[in-house]
Design a protein around this ligand. Sequence first.
Ligand SMILES: Cc1cc2nc3c(=O)[nH]c(=O)nc-3n(C[C@H](O)[C@H](O)[C@H](O)COP(=O)(O)OP(=O)(O)OC[C@H]3O[C@@H](n4cnc5c(N)ncnc54)[C@H](O)[C@@H]3O)c2cc1C
Length: 571
Amino acid sequence: MAYRAPVDEFQYIFDHVVEFDQVAKTDLFAEATPDMTSAILSEAGRMCSEVLSPLQRNGDLHPAVLENGVVRTSPGFAEGYRAIAEGGWIGISASAESGGMGLPMTLTTAVNEMMAGACLALQLNPLMSQGQIEALEHHASEEIKAIYLPKLISGEWCGTMNLTESQAGSDVGALRSKAESNGDGTFAVTGQKIYISWADNDFSANVCHLVLARLPDGAAGTKGISLFMVPKYIPDTDGEPGVANSLSVVSLEHKLGLHGSPTAVMQFDGATGWLVGEPHQGMKAMFTMMNNARLGVGGQGIGSAEGAYQQALGYALERKQGSTPVEGGGTIADHADVRRMLTTMKAEVFAARSIALSCAVAIDMARATGDSDWLARAALITPIAKAHGTDIGNEVAHMGVQVHGGMGFIEETGAAQFSRDVRVTAIYEGTNGIQAMDLVARKLMDGGDAAFRLLEEVEMAAEAERELFPNMSEALWSAAETLRETTEWLVSQEDLNERFAGAVPYLRAFARVLGAHFHLKAAKAEGGSGPRTHLARFYIKRLLPEYAAQLTHVREGARGLYALSLDELGA
Ligand SMILES: Cc1cc2nc3c(=O)[nH]c(=O)nc-3n(C[C@H](O)[C@H](O)[C@H](O)COP(=O)(O)OP(=O)(O)OC[C@H]3O[C@@H](n4cnc5c(N)ncnc54)[C@H](O)[C@@H]3O)c2cc1C
């Protein structure tokens, strides 16, 4: 079933849930007027529905292949990529001086989610370039910026991210790739990287690899890592692709899903690279790229969930089985259990999407105002947006298969593809376990200040709705209060492993509270009765209560997790 971009839904969330108007009121983003915003959403939405969505199955049925060292992409992907590039959708938030639109990250987040819902495998390509653009804008020399930024923003060239090595996955600090000075300002980069997304393609004139490697005097661990720009073709004096660099795509992985996105083993054999940022500060620069990509990957989960929901709803409205309790009803959509699944899917997508967009608003406000509270807010929500967005992507896609019954297991419906494709989003860009550990460790290093400020806002908003929605308001207030108490408990745990043991359940509970908060805002905006209020009630009565079980889990700490020895686990 073709994907329909949920443009009206984005508009509603912008206007009534995440207060996008405060971003548009800043000097930096004065161009993001309501007219401009709605034109961007509609235009991007049209491209996603009409151009990208038909490519989704192509990627699955005709995966990218490696032929004589060159990647051949799935049918139609080159045209789809051109539509993305020509629409200017890669550089929405890139600086205007380098050819971008200089618009808020909130808009990029919405557009990226729509592109992901339409064709996840292809969308991963511009997502990588966007992360690279942001890293270069912040950390590269003026020379590098001048050569690479305009071409990455226009889409003439693509960007990749090269961190992972076979012994260095979550533990990036264990990497062994090396870089040695050539004595002329360039470096020779040597090493093998694995799982590199979109490491090559047959539609861009160059592929620009940002590679993490260690200089000879680099310390062990993450502190000794530097970042290098290593292009497939070395730019000539005019900045055009020149001689081929000493690098190659060794092989492509056979994957569970996301077949349209080539995932490569890359070999760098003394390839010419340029240092990006200061020596040994590579992780700092790469973090810029990863932070951008984390929110983007969260959006990939949400976009996939939206696609899976639309697919399941479409099927449920046609499939007839048995008699239903609804008069005049006749399709499986009228069975109580199918309604439960469909409503859960819709409620989850709304909540996860609002969390991601609220994160983007915080990023924009931090950029526009320089206010450290906004910066801390963005940092706090980023791991939640990534992990929860992708968890929901997986859960909703899984439920989508269930709604289809047997047809969900049959590939031709496309329901299974959503489930297979989205699986990796919970793994790459830092596994969701690592995201949760970031939340309970680094993001609580301020003694929980940013978390407490956010929870206070949630409690105040809940208080304000006591008259209109007494039950929902009470349920949300209590959940936020229990989360606040558990956050205090976490902050008081000096042994980080006590925090890590409950990191994933804590992140889930936090997402539940934020999701309920945003649902309540949406209900309020429609005046307290109507479909958004029904959806908010569903979420708050049936999905929010999960927070209590999750927080009980958090307070159990680490010890119980080691009670069973590895022998007793069956080692
Ligand atoms: C399709 C695909 C595309 C990818 N694209 C890219 C790319 O473009 N560029 C790139 O550099 N990488 C890429 N990756 C790599 C990806 O980021 C890693 O797979 C991911 O970070 C996890 O590393 P790992 O696979 O080595 O798993 P491991 O690190 O071995 O993790 C295995 C398990 O252990 C857990 N774990 C590990 N360390 C800890 C810890 N300290 N505490 C608690 N739990 C822990 C993990 O959460 C996970 O559950 C891609 C991977 C895939 C599959």
